[in-house]
Write a new protein. Structure first.
Length: 210
């Protein structure tokens, strides 16, 4: 029997992907963890300037708040023609107002991205993800376990597909004729940035939770 793992997110799309990738482990989200411990868990301020920094901060704070091992993801889209933007600001690219309404935030972010790339032909981009495992009251203490993944592609001029979330409908995966939103969930997990990071961290994560 493995220990329960808190995934430090309120993004349901990310939670679904993580559960697909981590079969056999009880994965709960921040709201589930809050109900178990009987009090709310504050939103973590993502103010680091790297994906790794934000992932580590989220994992540590959620682990400290719940007393459980916590896995955090920080991920985003880097567009070459925009100097790597939106980068660590991907979730709030169009502003903070709707950041916790993920469906509306995605729509606003995609609209802003298309406007920023209007007339630009070089639309190469990549999704980048970092996963961090923290267990501040457990054996890990102040240490963390991290892994990263990257998926190359390009940005279309209009969305395609109804799956996924965030920028997925605009992101044409390199070497394929499909966007992230058109890929079947298993296929997406096999090539996505988050899937790559998970395969790297999974053996150490499973061993730690035993």
């Amino acid at each position: 029997m493995t220990r329960p793992l808190v995934f430090a997110t309120r993004n349901r799309g990310k939670l679904v992907e993580l559960r697909d990738l981590l079969t056999g482990i009880e994965v709960i989200d921040v709201d589930d963890a809050a109900r178990r411990i009987g009090h709310a868990i504050a939103e973590v301020v993502e103010d680091a300037d790297t994906f790794e920094g934000n992932a580590i901060k989220k994992a540590r704070e959620v682990s400290r708040a719940t007393g459980l091992p916590a896995l955090a993801d920080d991920s985003g889209l880097e567009v070459d023609a925009l100097g790597g933007a939106p980068g660590v600001h991907s979730a709030r690219y169009a502003g903070d107002t709707e950041a916790n309404n993920h469906e509306l935030a995605s729509s606003l972010n995609n609209t802003k991205l298309l406007a920023a790339l209007d007339g630009i032909t070089d639309r190469t981009a990549r999704f980048r993800a970092v996963l961090a495992l923290a267990d501040v009251t457990g054996p890990l203490g102040d240490d963390v376990i991290t892994a990263a993944g990257v998926c190359e592609g390009s940005i279309l001029t209009a969305p395609r597909g109804t799956g996924g979330f965030g920028y997925d409908p605009l992101f044409l995966v390199a070497g394929t004729d499909q966007t992230m939103a058109e890929l079947e969930r298993t296929a997406k997990g096999a090539i996505s940035h988050r899937g790559q990071a998970m395969r790297l961290i999974e053996p150490r994560l499973r061993a730690y939770l035993r």
